[in-house]
Design a protein around this ligand. Structure first.
Ligand SMILES: [Zn+2]
Length: 365
């Protein structure tokens, strides 16, 4: 891939880049200042939640989600489709997917519809640096014909999204250099001919990048690198390749080798709140080798032997937790259930991921 930078409103960011989830305009348990300390260079915000809970007026007053949060890194907004489809599939909210869009009923008397056009319109109000088109998620259990329906709908929605995007940009007078990036999303599940077809059709419509959509884990529970390869092999060199929801550190390393350069995932922050910390298997930051098969392990501060341990969680980390506090203090904070435990663990895990990006950049350069 020839892309070297992700252009944000606040400057260029080197690739690869990892965007932790700031679903509702906050990375849970830390504030923007903590986030900056972790050297995290971008975040992913959620269109569906912010559309429902914040609304366009607040965004207009503040001049976008970045200014609202006072965050000066890169911002990607998702299409909102995954959330709408998950709430529909969970059965808690009634709804269905039609060719028009995702129709749902937040209450018995209300009906809402998330169309490809509405998703783009709201994302442009968010003033994110990359907008993502609404796609029709291929259920991992889909047979070939069902997967084909989701691919055709995804392509048709991508076309509508691109048209709406160009229309809004023209109306707002946004020239080529002022527009956000627009990302297409490939579907097709495990059916490689459908993945290839979807990728090629999206390239014909024209995007700044393509995302690996759908569920990337196969029936055996392994990461589906085959689909990642098919997408990468059919995507132009100057595109971003985005592993949506990817992932585990070792999956990021392998996808980066295939050309993927943008990632987001809930894992580091969710795991942190559950007391699962990522620790490099190294005695210093210089010694970290992300191409070693077992380059990290998990640390959970729940064993009695840690209660008096005055060493840091990791010697190969320069985060607030590792620089200042001991394993024993973190174990104590988790034991008493103080919010600070989640905060410090989140800071640590996000620094683990930002170090991973730094190491990959060195490998790629
Ligand atoms: Zn740390």
């Amino acid at each position: 891939m020839t892309k070297k930078f992700f252009k944000s409103k606040n400057g260029n960011i080197s690739l690869p880049i990892f965007f932790p989830d700031a679903t509702r305009a906050v990375v849970r348990s830390i504030d923007t200042s903590d986030l900056e300390e972790t050297k995290t260079q971008g975040i992913l915000v959620n269109t569906f939640h912010l559309w429902q809970e914040l609304g366009g007026d607040v965004l207009k007053k503040f001049g976008g989600i970045g200014k609202f949060m006072d965050f000066k890194g890169g911002i990607i907004s998702d299409s909102g489709g995954f959330q709408v489809m998950s709430v529909i599939k969970s059965g808690n909210v009634k709804g269905k997917i039609t060719d028009e869009g995702a129709v749902f009923h937040p209450t018995k008397k209300t009906k809402k519809i998330l169309t490809p056009e509405k998703s783009i319109e709201f994302q442009i109000k968010l003033e994110s640096d990359m907008v993502v088109v609404l796609d029709d998620f291929t259920d991992p259990k889909s047979n070939y014909d069902e997967a084909k329906v989701s691919v055709e709908r995804t392509i048709s929605w991508a076309r509508r999204s691109k048209d709406e995007f160009l229309k809004i940009c023209d109306r707002k007078g946004l020239g080529k250099n002022e527009r956000p990036y627009i990302l297409g999303v490939t579907q097709g599940g495990k059916y490689q001919d459908l993945r290839e077809y979807c990728t090629k059709e999206l390239v014909k419509i024209g995007f700044d990048g393509l995302g690996y959509g759908g569920w990337p884990i196969d029936e055996k529970g392994d990461f589906d690198f085959e689909s990642a390869k098919t997408i990468a092999n059919n995507t132009p060199e100057d595109y971003f390749l985005y592993g949506l929801g990817v992932g585990k550190p070792e999956e990021i390393v392998k996808c980066n080798e295939l050309g993927f350069n943008v990632f987001d995932c809930v894992l580091p922050t969710r795991d942190a709140r559950h007391g699962r910390l990522y620790v490099y298997d190294a005695i210093s930051m210089e010694e970290i080798d992300v191409h070693n098969p077992n380059f990290y392990k998990f640390y959970s501060p729940d064993k009695e032997r840690y209660f008096k341990d005055d060493s840091p969680v990791s010697d190969a980390c320069d985060c607030l937790l590792c620089k200042r506090y001991s394993k024993a203090y973190l174990a104590h904070l988790f034991r008493i259930g103080d919010f600070t435990a989640g905060r410090l663990a989140t800071i640590h895990n996000l620094r683990f991921y930002s170090i991973l990006m730094e190491k990959l950049r060195l490998t790629n350069s």
